[in-house]
Design a protein around this ligand. Structure first.
Ligand code: SAM
Length: 287
């Protein structure tokens, strides 16, 4: 659900009123992609080369390039919450032909092979599905999701606010990711709140001190029943779930308290997250 935020006054208001109309979405998507393309040509640089210095310089600025509507959720409570960290997300920007794009194995297989890269490693759809699974979950709608952090394969870390409504199609999602990695933040429609923003590593500085950090891998020797496992976690702590958003390999994090497998089968990240969210919803009586 994208729309350029550069439109001021009445125009912007009218657009906000009609924001969920399909035609608007398409038009807005085209406009924001056009705008992003122009920005890309002007900048003439790879988004993934963004340095910490640039991040500091851009701190406090609002890039009203595009906005995402906000999903209403129950008011935040003092009750413990959950946080997701998606590790090794494949979100890499490159100039393909005349435009910058998020690389994926379907559209850029030849480009990737020419550049001696394995197309199978370029799977931004995994993080897309993972984010949909997290943000559409009942535990998020109940206001218990505190934050989502995504770390890309190239080491860029960004935060996704729980009330963001992720675009419903991959194409629009890729457009938003492109803007985020180039402009470092995406703001809410008509507001100055940054719904997605690139932040400094390491992710541990944003995690509550008194939280339980649980990592997930099919290859972990500790195979658990997720409902039972989550039920045993103290009711007083926030729970951090660390899931891989890559096609192959294992997450490798030094900040995890426990490393578990939740099925005897290799699951997609989205399925793994669904199982986590359902177990947490069960523990916290979220229906
Ligand atoms: C597409 S999988 C990555 C495949 C990778 N070979 C692996 O199993 O780690 C994405 C993520 O889902 C999680 N996952 C998949 N199957 C799992 C299982 N049976 N138990 C726990 N986590 C799992 C892991 O965090 C994994 O990194």
């Amino acid at each position: 659900m994208l729309r350029p935020c550069g439109i001021k006054g009445q125009k912007r208001k009218k657009r906000e009123e009609r924001y969920d109309k399909e035609e608007d979405e398409v038009e807005a998507e085209e406009q924001s992609i056009e705008k992003a393309k122009r920005a890309m040509v002007e900048e003439k640089e790879m988004a993934m080369e963004t340095s910490g210095k640039e991040e500091e310089e851009l701190e406090g600025q609002t890039h009203e390039m595009a906005g995402i509507p906000i999903v209403p959720s129950d008011l935040k409570t003092k009750k413990p919450g959950l946080i997701f960290v998606l590790e090794r997300a494949s979100l890499e920007v490159a100039k393909v032909g005349k435009s910058y794009q998020i690389l994926n194995s379907d559209d850029h297989a030849n480009f990737l092979r020419k550049n001696n890269k394995n197309p199978a490693d370029y799977r931004p759809d995994i993080v897309y599905q993972a984010l949909l699974s997290i943000l559409d979950s009942p535990v998020n709608k109940a206001g218990r999701l505190r934050a989502v952090y995504v770390k890309t394969d190239k080491g860029v870390l960004f935060e996704v606010k729980p009330h963001v409504r992720i675009p419903r199609t991959y194409k629009r999602f890729a457009g938003i990711m492109l803007q985020l990695l180039q402009k470092l933040s995406i703001t809410a429609v008509g507001k100055r709140e940054k719904l997605l923003r690139v932040i400094k590593n390491p992710v541990t500085q944003y995690l509550p001190v008194n939280s339980r950090k649980i990592g997930f891998s099919y290859s972990s020797e500790k195979l658990v029943k997720m409902n039972k496992y989550v039920a045993a976690v103290s009711d007083d702590v926030d729970i951090v779930f660390v899931v891989g958003a890559m096609a192959h390999g294992k997450i490798d994090c030094d900040y995890i308290d426990d490393f578990i497998a939740i099925s005897g089968y290799p699951l997609s990240a989205a399925w793994c997250i669904s199982r986590i969210c359902e177990a947490v919803a069960d523990k916290w009586d979220v229906l």
